[in-house]
Design a protein around this ligand. Structure first.
Ligand code: BGC
Length: 388
């Protein structure tokens, strides 16, 4: 069993650790402060090799976002409920050591390839590339040192009325087995109305495959606030990609109708999560790619809505991507204590990862994830927050 540092810390030590970490004003979950101001930078910790990791905090329109240069991790995302009370709705840690010791991708940028590639291998233009097998027998989320474990260059973003952060990383040719030097820019943008937009742009100098996403685990009652099984979820997808026992798509696009995967008119996440449907059994809950009805689009289109019933926080997701991985936090197993000191149990957070379909490099019928020199990879996802 892995126990993170926070598990053995006294609860009161959390505030001390946060205060020691830097100068950004404390933003008490449950408080009523209104965020505002320019991006603030503070030291968050130091990696074993001596690299300093910073936390950047930016706020606009009632949303406050804290991001680490390590992994581009969304370390906190604070939004109000229907009574104006703020909570951090993203799972994570209050210290760098816990992220480095073993985080299930809390809040991180995922790449070079989000989700699984079967057998850790793919063939492109006649050459076969071998990737780290870090989720036996497959390669998951870009290998054992994916973009979630890299240190990104971060600077303030400002364009028109928007504010935010620009993150850059150059992934070397051959890194984690992938061909081509990939130059990635990720903008974390807050709009004046408090929407959180993520713009991804990447270019390569050799043909490669790319599938970038963000792995924030949400709990709209506030992280550490218990189970998300009561959250109502709506996904505009009539089909999903069933998987084998190792969570690799079979290649089929199955209809959601009359299955636990039908979220088209909205239902509590927990309603069918104990159904004996073989796909639910394989995923230990939901861990599936939904083929969005709108497909791949140039502009982001609304694809999902999550409503938390007690505090009334609502999150809407719009994306350019053709797929959405809905993961119901099945592998959270009470071995990690999060930012507020509470232990995370199964179903205490959910991810909605906008993406191309898993294993696309080996699935000729899925939308292509190949990026060639001279072309630009672009992807945009918008999270909008309201309360009702
Ligand atoms: C995957 C899960 C995996 C999780 C990592 C998700 O994107 O679909 O299978 O366990 O990431 O925590």
């Amino acid at each position: 069993m892995t126990i993170n540092r926070r598990t053995v810390m006294a609860a009161g030590a959390a505030g001390v650790a946060a205060a020691a970490a830097g100068t950004a004003p404390a933003f008490a979950a449950g408080g009523t402060e209104r965020p505002g101001g320019r991006p603030a930078k503070e030291l968050f910790g130091t990696l074993p090799d001596g690299t300093r990791v910073h936390r950047w905090t930016v706020a606009a329109g009632g949303t406050r976002l804290s991001v680490l240069s390590y992994g581009g991790i969304v370390q906190a995302l604070e939004i109000p409920d229907r009574r104006g009370r703020y909570a951090n709705v993203s799972l994570g840690f209050d210290n760098l050591e816990d992220y480095v010791a073993g985080s299930p991708y809390f809040g991180a940028i995922i790449g070079r390839y989000g989700n699984r590639i079967a057998g850790g291998a793919f063939t492109l233009d006649g050459s076969t590339y071998r990737l780290p097998v870090n989720d036996d027998p497959n390669s998951l989320h870009g290998g054992d040192k994916g973009f979630d474990k890299r240190v990104w260059d971060v600077e303030p973003y400002a364009q028109g009325p928007d504010t935010g952060l620009t993150l850059r990383y150059v992934s070397a040719d051959g890194e984690m087995g992938y061909p081509g030097t990939l130059r990635i820019r990720v903008d974390y943008v807050l709009t004046p109305r408090g929407d959180f937009r993520i713009d991804y742009v990447a270019t390569t100098d050799r043909a490669t495959v790319v599938n970038l996403t963000n792995h924030t685990y949400f709990n709209l009652a506030g992280e550490g606030g218990g189970s998300i099984l009561d959250h109502n979820l709506r996904i505009a997808a009539s089909r999903y990609t069933p998987v084998d026992a190792t969570l690799i798509p079979t290649g089929e696009l199955a209809k959601v109708a009359h299955t636990p995967f039908d979220f088209r008119s909205g239902k509590p996440i927990g309603r069918d999560i104990r159904d004996a449907h073989p796909q639910v059994v394989f995923g230990r809950g939901y861990d599936h790619n939904f083929a969005l009805d709108k497909g791949l689009t140039d502009a982001p289109q609304h694809v999902a809505t999550v409503t938390e019933p007690v505090h009334g926080r609502v999150m809407k997701i719009a994306t350019t991507e053709p797929g959405l991985q809905f993961y119901s936090g099945n592998f959270l197993d009470a071995t990690l204590a999060g930012t507020s000191g509470k232990v995370y149990r199964q179903g205490d957070g959910f991810c909605l990862e906008t993406q191309h379909f898993p294993d696309s490099p080996n699935q000729p019928n899925f939308p292509s994830t190949v990026l060639r020199p001279g072309r630009t990879y672009r992807s945009t996802t918008v999270h909008s927050f309201t309360a009702r």
